[in-house]
Design a protein around this ligand. Sequence first.
Ligand code: FAD
Length: 401
Amino acid sequence: MNALPTFADLTTIGVGGEISRFIEPTTRVGFIEAIEDADHDGMPLCVLGGGSNMLAGDEAFAGVVIRDARRDIVVPDEAAPAEGSDTTVHLTASAGSNWDDFVEFAISLGLEGVEGLSGIPGTVGASVVQNIGAYGQEVATSVDSVEVWDREDKVVRFMDRSHMEFGYRTSALKRSMLTKRGARFFPTPRFVVLSVTFALRHRAMGEISYAQLARALDSNIGDLMDTELIRDAVLRVRAAKGMLEDPARYDNAWMSGTRRDESVAQARKAVQEMTGIEAKVTDRHSCGSFFVNPQMHVDDARSLPDDAPRFEVTLPDGQLGMKTSAAWLIDHAGFHRGYSVGRSSRAALSSVHTLALTNLGGATAQEVWGLANAIQRGVLDTFGITLVPEPVVLGMKRCQE
Ligand SMILES: Cc1cc2nc3c(=O)[nH]c(=O)nc-3n(C[C@H](O)[C@H](O)[C@H](O)COP(=O)(O)OP(=O)(O)OC[C@H]3O[C@@H](n4cnc5c(N)ncnc54)[C@H](O)[C@@H]3O)c2cc1C
């Protein structure tokens, strides 16, 4: 093993260059000190979780990469008596905990609130930065408070849900990073998550609120189902779309131990069972969905083709708006599943999911970025809409945004 990992070792899409310093603090104090040292020395800082929402460039990163090695999840209410009809149970997880390990644990305790988010790669820390969401659930609805290190004021803060300003794939934390070019807090926000406290409900039933999930469970929207069954269905639906990470990444010595061994073994078994159906392992070397679904004012949505999907949303300015599907736009701009720029490119759209850009093996970050740019240009030319990348893009010239 080399002395230091590369971004290709640490990210799900498996591209990216060398790293000059890599630190894995095992304590809360050690984590804060490592961040403080990097900021004090004026070094670029990347706090990395599972590397599942990051596209890092091929050039070496002349900064510090810190990965929180803590994985503890505690139940602070364990000894508290149940209060009347209030079924809320709090769980606190350190930022470095694997997200799906956390979901599995919550379900095993008979808690409801995050089962729809089963199988999303990455960590608890990053989950609240981009407000992960899937199958009708968003992490925002289950967050009680977030403990952060404020890199500007150099203090620990507790941000409750209202301070987090959650929105569609965003939060106050993400906004503290995505400022203008030359931002001081990039690629890691001003507020670094130390731990998250969740408020879940003590009931082992969850509500089905997504049509695809309802179909998979042979039920209807609004039905209540066992959370374990919901989890199984979500994992099956995700597997069929190549939207589970490749468990073989935990064979990589740099990823070993970042997820519970039992969970990796289960994921491996699921992949074996899937062999023979469409989802190929290479379809999982991605950052998940590469572009967010565009949101626009109602007037702007009028110029969309009649058959483009439309969902009513509340826009960040509080007005009623429309969301359309990035996957639909990409497909209808002529970029179909499996598309790549030229025959020799090792980066291609997933063969089972139009929104996932995948590394077919040995791709460079530049190849992935070239594909992203081609798609962005094609959608802009066809529909006049600029697709915005969902992953954090580091060390690349940003495409139009
Ligand atoms: C196959 C696949 C499927 C996916 N499906 C979904 C999905 O259904 N829904 C969805 O919302 N997302 C999905 N994603 C995206 C991704 O899993 C999530 O965004 C996830 O939360 C990223 O977590 P991470 O730990 O890997 O973050 P990383 O990629 O390691 O980091 C992403 C950003 O978060 C910052 N960050 C990391 N840790 C911290 C911290 N402690 N404090 C502050 N900032 C931090 C990093 O600096 C970086 O800016 C998918 C990705 C893949 C590969």
